[in-house]
Ligand binder design. Structure first.
Ligand code: DQA
Length: 149
């Protein structure tokens, strides 16, 4: 079975230091460890990456088309700006979930629009690091449903 790609966008390498009142105390390494343990329990493996560069995220989504079975993406602020990530997700033709630590709908208006959402199966936001766990579970359900179909 190919891995699930768990991809993280700009400033998520700053978790733990960055606005802890919004994003909490967990570091990205803590979240990665939690994702690995959860995925393992579901019989999945993960490839976990972070980049501050939009084009690198686009390249990883392109790579996922061949090398992954699904994508969980926290695109950070690129969620609200990036048509390139939207197009890459469409081209990947894989089960995909958009996720956010914070509830973006409780925050500034500019966070209410997502260019990613129309290109994925669903969106999870507002559960802190648990959003990653829920996204991996959602992908597992989608992959299991695909096998039955
Ligand atoms: C975020 C929400 C985005 O609006 C923000 O730009 C981020 C993090 C989240 O996980 O809550 O960088 O994606």
């Amino acid at each position: 079975m190919k891995p699930v790609y768990v991809l993280n966008g700009p400033n998520l390498n700053m978790l733990g230091l960055r606005e802890p009142a919004i994003y909490g105390a967990a570091t990205l390494a803590d979240i990665e460890a939690r994702c690995r343990a959860h995925a393992e329990g579901l019989g999945l493996s993960i490839t976990f990456r972070q980049s501050n560069i939009e084009g690198e995220l686009v390249s990883w989504i392109q790579e996922a088309r061949e090398k992954a079975c699904g994508i969980a993406l926290n695109a950070g602020a690129y969620t609200h700006t990036s048509i390139a990530l939207h197009d890459a997700l469409k081209a990947a033709e894989l089960p995909a979930v958009e996720l956010h630590l914070s509830n973006v709908h409780q925050r500034e208006d500019f966070r209410h629009h997502s260019f990613i959402a129309p290109a994925v199966n669903g969106v999870i936001c507002g559960f802190g690091p648990e959003s990653y766990v829920l996204a991996i579970s959602a992908l597992h359900s989608l992959l299991t449903a695909n096998k039955k179909a």
